[in-house]
Design a protein around this ligand. Sequence first.
Ligand SMILES: [Zn+2]
Length: 89
Amino acid sequence: MIRGSVVVQRRRCGKASCRCADGEQLHESTVLSYSKAGRNRTVMLASREVASVRAAVARYRSAQAKLEQAGNAGLSALLSAHTSSGRGR
Ligand SMILES: [Zn+2]
């Protein structure tokens, strides 16, 4: 699995003679956007990588959602045990 998100960036390359110079036909590149040590970073993906990286990102998201759910269930169980013991507030 991979932490991050797959995004398509559209940008100019800066060459005055390029098709992108008029701002209408920008270059598209698919990147993985992720954060590391508090900074947002991107890494360019080769077109053959895109599908598998998207799938790996989806696996991470779903594992993360399950982890969150399990953590919340444990928290709720603890809180309700405390409430029903009459020692709340
Ligand atoms: Zn260009």
